[in-house]
Each structure stands twice: as structure tokens, then as C-alpha cells.
Design a protein. Sequence first.
Length: 323
Amino acid sequence: MKAIRIDETGGPEVMHLEEIEIPTPKAGEVLIKVAAAGINYADLSQRQGAYLTRTHTPTTPGFEFAGTVAAPGPGVNTPEVGTRVVAFGDGGYAEYAIAQAATTIPIPPNIDFTHAAAFPVQGITAYQLLRESTQLQPGESVLVHAAAGGVGTMAVQLAKLMKAGTVIGTASNASKLDLVKRLGADIAINYTEENWAEQVLQATDGRGADIILEMVGGEHAEKSLQCLAPFGRMVIYGAASGQIAQFSGIQLMYKNQAIIGYWLTAQMSRPDHIARAVMELMQYLIGGKLEIIVGQTFPLAEAAEAHRAIAERKTTGKVVLLV
């Protein structure tokens, strides 16, 4: 089968399309014939050797993919062969990939493989950031950074569905800001403008946002704390800038604020929480209340170009590889 392989960490150029053996599912696993694979910032970090866990090479990236069940491992009865599923696993940038049978999600009839592959990581992350990490309450204001991205587009919509008050989204240009507004944000702010934090304060009558979803890092995260409301919660789920933010406990004490960390990989150890998120998200999707935004698609052979486009912030919504 064809697969994208990484023999050493580095820039996009370290990814190559190669011919390798089709993997064999073990007990509890299923083999999936991949139709589409979602690309995440975590994939870029893993390729660079800068992820939270060590990158062992050679490897095939991609832990989120959609397709049909091709073969079950020993003892696996469901999902049945031929079932359309989206799954978490390893080696999604390939024609076939392995996933745990327990983590596969049947795809509703009204969703195609491309949009299905764009759903799990971003959808579950956005849901848990709002519902579990920050415990959003009706009427609270929410600031979503990178609101035109994969998680951001989901978070803006989910915040409204969860009855948030003022929802503020930030993005880097006019077309992305238009998308953020279309998805339901009350206010869209260009974060490339020097006074974006002051604009957040103005939008919240000087109080600041009750909830902030932060994934940029560095000075951007430090500036976000300046526009966090008293008793507010800021959850950090990434560091796209590659920079580490610096906070002090004293800063948080004055206004009884909280900074929370979130990592989806660690959440996988709580399958009941994942199942609850998937169940509610599926209800929104089937009911037509939640839109999956796929900004660009690339053929499998152009995985390096897809990574470059994401790194250069040329994309909106989710970027998907078509296998």
C-alpha cells in the first residue's frame, strides 16, 4: 500500500510517499481502508519532533481518519466489515490504517468521508474545552482564538449551542473574520492588530471574557490573560507559535482566575467522557445544527504541501488528505 513515511524529524520535506506492507489488525483492532485523513497541528509538531511525546522514526503520521472497515482483528465482531467509520489510530496518512475497534465511530448517512475525517479531533476538543475544562455556564462570554481554524469553527458554533452569552472570535484576515461571523460569533476581531486585547475588553464592557480558548502560546497567551474576566477560566490546548507563555500565580490570585491545560490524547484514557462528547456532537450533526468546515483538501502524495499551508496560516477550517 502507499503511505507517507517520515524517516527523520524536520520540515515538510521529510515526508515521502512510499510503498509498505498493509498492517495486520491484532486483538481488539480493526483494519480500515482509508478514504480521508484529517491533518492536525499535532501532526506538524510530531513531524518536527516537537510533540508532547517523542517521535519514533520511521513512522507514518496521522491519528484521525475515515473509511470502511476492511478486516477485524481476533475477537472483534463490531464494527462489521464494510461499515463506514471514522477513527483514532496510527498511520492515517496511508491507504490502510489500524484503529482500536472501541474507538471507531460509525458515520451518519448524511456525512461524507471528507467531512467525517474533519470531525473527531476538532469536535471532541472543542466540546470538552467548553463543557468539561471550563464548564461553560449559560450567559458567560467566550473568546475563541484562531476561530476560523478546525477547533475554532467548532467552538464558536458549540458555544452558541451551549447558550453562551457574547461569543468573540479572532482571526487574521477579512475573509476568515467573515466566516467566524457566519458561524455565529457576535464579534470578530483581527488578532494581527496591536490592540486586539483592548477590543475584547470593549466588547465585554471592560470586564473581559469569562472563557478563553487559547492555542497560540507565548506573548499572545500572556496578553489573553489581560482580557480574562474575574473568576474567568482560560484553557490552553496548544502552542502554535512554538513559544512558551509565562504566568505567575499572583496574577491569577487577584481576580480568582484559572488557567487549565487540555490534551486530547490524555483524555482517551477516559472513554466514557469521549463517548459522551461524541453522542452530543452526533445529535448536533444529524440535526443539522453543527457545520463541519473543510477549508482545503490535498491528495495523499501532497501531504508536505498540506503541512506547509497550515504552517503558513493559509487555511481555514480543517485540512484533509484524500487517499
